[in-house]
Ligand binder design. Structure first.
Ligand code: SF4
Ligand code: SF4
Length: 119
């Protein structure tokens, strides 16, 4: 999912005007924001932005990991004993393993779709 680096965006509106599904809006400071729910991932905004302000999702991996860790540490305080805390960590590991499995299986299914398309 593309996102707009607010430090790089100069509010030129090019992406706002060119997005085929009106997924990009201009804020009060004129900088652009992308509505993830509307975006169809066409990549047009990324190609058009003169400031290179529209960034790839992969650049947010470190922040997302940090957010997951912050949340885990935050929830940990609800568990008092080392045993309860250990069990909680195990549940979080199971949760993220499930997320990983969902992502891996989804990727495999999309590859199947891609193979059918390219035939
Ligand atoms: S094209 Fe780039 S600089 Fe212009 S509004 Fe969109 S993100 Fe900002
Ligand atoms: S990727 Fe395409 S649909 Fe998504 S915000 Fe950019 S121009 Fe709009």
């Amino acid at each position: 999912m593309p996102w707009v680096n607010q430090d790089l965006c100069v509010g030129c509106s090019i992406c706002v005007d060119e997005c085929p599904v009106d997924a990009i809006t201009e804020q009060e400071n004129r900088k652009a924001v992308i509505n993830d729910d509307l975006c169809i991932r066409c990549g047009k905004c990324h190609d058009l932005c003169p400031q290179d302000a529209v960034r790839h999702d992969s650049e947010r991996i470190p922040q997302e990991i940090e957010a997951n860790l912050t949340k885990t540490k935050d929830l940990l305080r609800y568990f008092e004993t080392p045993q309860e805390q250990d069990q909680f960590c195990e549940r979080m590991i199971r949760y993220f393993n499930k997320e990983k499995k969902v992502a891996e299986m989804t990727i495999d299914k999309i590859k199947d779709i891609k193979n059918v398309i390219s035939k």
